[in-house]
Design a protein around this ligand. Structure first.
Ligand code: PGA
Length: 249
């Protein structure tokens, strides 16, 4: 399985910077074609840029994704963006249930499952995020918390074709801290066992790691069993640093 090297730009960049970034990635991928045997890129950009960026999208090289979608199909939901709209502008993926959505927008597991189903209906892959807080990890509740988030926010109809899981310990996001390879491996194995048991094709579903991944720690994290790629925030804001993560794959 190729590693998925996914950028989560969050609320960053101007249109010009965004265009410059994706052209740069395509050029780098041309210069280092071996990388594409091992990795593919996904850029999850602010929604206002998606239409312009999807013109650069190339299957197997670099595709474009949204950072969130509505769980409604369409209608009077001011400010919302539907999965159908994301597909319409060329997105292949959408992140749902990121911890920043869970924390700042009060999103709960059932809403997140609804968003994933909305993505499925429109032929878009849902990247469903799960992860424990520091308090939960310190209290040794991390597995219990992740299990609950997973089983409640990943819909029954999830398969390896329509779903990617992203394990993102909240305490690692934007902090420069990462779990040890042993701890990351333990959680990824735990998630693999859970999704294999509960979802059809769970043994082939991609599980990304997210939280302060960068070119210094990516080699170790990406060579951990059941780590099938990364969801990268901070280090995806500099094209050279982001490409360096892919080189680690
Ligand atoms: P980070 O963000 O790489 O800046 O920790 C990852 C994420 O929030 O997806």
């Amino acid at each position: 399985m190729k590693k998925l090297i996914a950028a989560n730009w969050k609320m960053n960049f101007t249109m010009a910077e965004a265009r410059e970034f994706v052209s740069h990635i395509l050029q780098d991928a041309k210069n280092y074609p071996d990388i594409l045997d091992k990795a593919e890129f996904l850029i999850c950009a602010p929604s206002v840029y998606l239409s312009a960026l999807s013109k650069f999208s190339k299957e197997g090289v670099m595709t474009i994704g949204g950072q969130d979608c509505s769980f409604h199909g369409k209608g009077a939901y001011t400010g919302e963006i539907s999965a159908e709209m994301l597909r319409d502008v060329g997105c292949t993926h959408v992140i749902v249930g990121h911890s920043e959505r869970r924390e700042y927008h009060g999103e709960q597991n059932d809403l997140i499952a609804g968003k994933a189903q909305s993505a499925y209906k429109n032929g878009i892959k849902a990247i469903i995020c799960v992860g424990e807080s520091l308090k939960e990890r310190d209290a040794h509740l991390h597995k219990e918390v992740v299990k609950r988030q997973l089983l409640e926010s990943v819909p029954k109809e999830a398969t390896a074709e329509n779903t990617v899981i992203s394990y993102e310990p909240v305490w690692a996001i934007g902090t420069g801290k990462t779990p040890s390879p042993k701890d990351a491996g333990e959680m990824h194995n735990f998630i693999r066992a859970l999704i294999t048991k509960h979802y059809s094709g769970g043994e082939n579903m991609r599980i990304l790691y997210g939280g302060s991944m960068n070119s210094e720690n990516a080699k170790e994290l990406l060579s951990t069993p059941n780590v099938d790629g990364g969801l990268i925030g901070g280090a995806s804001l500099n094209v050279d640093k982001f490409f360096a993560v892919a080189k680690c794959a």
